[in-house]
Write a protein that binds this ligand. Sequence first.
Ligand code: UDX
Length: 467
Amino acid sequence: MTEPHAMPDDETSATAEAVAAVEAPPSFTPARVGVIGAGYVGLVTGVCMAALGHQVTLRDIDARKVAALNDGQVPIYEPGLDDLMAEHAQRLTYTLSLERLLDRSDIVFIAVDTPPSYSGDADLSRVMGFVEELANLGPEARQILVMKSTVPVGTGRRVRQMLEARGLHGVGYVSNPEFLKEGDAIADFMNPDRVVIGASDPEHADRVAGLYEPLQAKILRTSVPTAEMVKYASNAFLATKISFINEIANVCEEVGADVAVVADGMGMDSRIGRAFLKAGIGFGGSCFPKDVTALKQLAGNSGYHFQLLTSVIEVNELQKRRVIGKLKKHLGDLRGARIALLGLAFKPGTDDMREAASLVLAGRLIAEGAQVVGWDPVVKSLDGVSGVQIAATAEQALQGADAAVVVTEWPEVSALEWTRLSGAMNRAVVIDGRNALDPELMAVAGYTYEGIGRLPGLGIGGEQDQG
Ligand code: UDX
């Protein structure tokens, strides 16, 4: 992750508003909360819990990270997090020591990462490592462990068995999945659509629900496996919506329809909703690709072939590659062509490069013999793909380019002076992988423009023209 980056005021103020709207009811009792893992989810959870009034101890095994946090530095890029951390610093403690955390906490969130393993299953070694450490250090432990990390259904049962086998009978276990979007994580935490609490002991569920009392959120209480499944099913469904609209977009291109308007029309049906129907070059990030694969794998391991998710993943892979076909359609052979990638992060508002479409596109373009120049307002290197130049500005990336691909819909990309910039390009070809630009304006500005599922001339008049 790169250093925090200044965000436009409107984004920080949306976060500030979400925090300001929270008011603890008179009955509220602050708790002593621990968080294992000061990564993205752990840090946001810990800082937001402190903002709700709880005493929070965050523990990480990375000494440099703990030192930075103790110095008031935020090691991740999330709008508003630095301010919130500074504001509630007196309720936040960062430590390397699990013993110290256990001394200071009654409820302990587990927020370690669960990356995909070679088999596609979630790698639980960090979660299990923590349980082992707990067995060594806290044989008398009475804490409630709360799983925030996304873990396969059945993990709660496995952890319970491990705890019992190590004599940790007094330790509770609750599943409380996170639904935070990067870039909006604080607002999502403060204003959740729901808080899901899975527990076998109702008293443990009550205590975890009590932590969220100031939010007055809708709380769904259920069993541990059901809570675990809510998280996977939600992410898999959202990913399915994206792959679905992307396939509709591909068909729109064949039949001369405009996917953006199709999505508006679909979204007007309250059963469908407009969210997550933005066609583009597919989903990336730390959650969707990993969780969809993990759910498919989980089903497979229990003997069920999850046909639909197999297609969701495949459509997503092919969607990124379709850009190459579009470039070839306009440029012919890509050997020697200079292609500018505008936006490298997996989505705007983050510096996260996990499963970013830019990585696949850059790799494919280089394999085709193209010269690739990338630009992003936050990400300043493309690790893992060699041979990509990084431009300091979008204008520099476009200078002499044979085509530009909009990979991430940063507001800075739509705000470029496209009319003036067509002269700077060698060939004014733009493939808009996020439908971030206006097709009509791009055509008027002299570009050969192609979005995803929408072409210039598909406005009302354009559709009539096509007969
Ligand atoms: C997601 C979930 O939203 C969150 O609930 C979960 O906890 C973690 O995963 P995040 O990965 O931060 O959050 O990003 P999100 O904003 O949901 O976008 C995911 C990807 O889907 C991005 O690559 C985005 O560009 C893409 N996307 C999203 C689309 O292509 N079309 C859409 O309509 C929406």
